[in-house]
Design a protein around this ligand. Structure first.
Ligand SMILES: N[C@@H](CCC(=O)N[C@@H](CS)C(=O)NCC(=O)O)C(=O)O
Length: 234
């Protein structure tokens, strides 16, 4: 009997924006994948072995190896670059040197500055608390929305400069990264972006893409079990 399982396995959870980024790249490219759940806060030894920083996601390419470190890649940015090389079309990394650099910078900015602020400042204080039956730290979330995120949104707004995409004139890893990380906030709170019209338009366009919407819907289903509605942080 032939093996119908996809080559690519994303270890992690759709609740991770970085796992959704990898899923989004696979969907844009029409590459089959599956997600295998791993509790990153108490992972089994086999996962610690393939994730030196104890982070999700980690990718396994079964066509390389079915177990062990071989055939695995940790870190969403490394994973997405590998998938691009393995499945080049449609390209999600600009060919022009400067646009490529811009795309990689925006990816990094989303994965660090935006993820720290939105994830640690809003998602975790709300969702982690609610999951444990505790009161959400709305004061921290409101402070992040009022003071932490606006300077980051200012940078993204300026970098977009009214364009549809962050780098070059086509969808790239930059657009996917910003949308998946920003949607971590949407999982727990309303995200009115009226002060940043280019970012607002970009966010709406990205949310309409199956590559962003499908992994998000899987995350939302999990989050809504503990948190039926989103908070207004304004
Ligand atoms: N730079 C990493 C970040 C991965 C990351 O921070 N993942 C979070 C989940 S969203 C995690 O594994 N956290 C585990 C922890 O904080 O102990 C990537 O892009 O893959």
């Amino acid at each position: 009997m032939s093996d119908t399982r996809p080559d690519l396995v994303i270890y992690g959870s759709p609740v991770s924006p970085f796992a959704r980024k990898v899923a989004g790249v696979c969907i844009e490219k029409g590459v089959d994948y599956e997600i295998e759940a791993v509790n990153v806060f108490d992972p089994p030894q086999w996962f610690r072995d393939i994730s030196p920083m104890k982070r999700i996601p980690v990718l396994r390419d079964r066509s390389v190896a079915e177990e062990g470190v071989a055939g695995t890649i940790a870190d969403s940015s490394a994973i997405c670059a590998m998938i691009e090389r393995k499945h080049p079309a449609p390209a999600l990394y600009p060919a022009a040197p400067m646009a490529l650099g811009e795309a990689l910078f925006i990816e990094e900015y989303a994965d660090t500055a935006l993820a720290m602020s939105g994830g640690l400042g809003i998602f975790r204080p709300i969702f982690f608390a609610v999951s444990k039956g505790q009161e959400p730290d709305l004061a921290k979330a409101r402070d992040t929305w009022a003071n932490g995120l606006p300077p980051i949104f200012d940078v993204l707004e300026a970098r977009l400069g009214g364009r549809a995409f962050f780098a070059g004139d086509a969808l790239s890893i930059a657009d996917i990264s910003v949308a998946t990380v920003l949607m971590q906030v949407s999982l727990v709170a309303e995200t009115p972006l009226g002060r940043w019209p280019a970012l607002e338009a970009h966010f709406a366009a990205m949310q309409a893409r199956p590559s962003i919407a499908q992994p998000y819907a899987a995350a939302e289903k999990m989050v809504r079990k503990a948190l039926p509605t989103c908070f207004d942080l304004t």
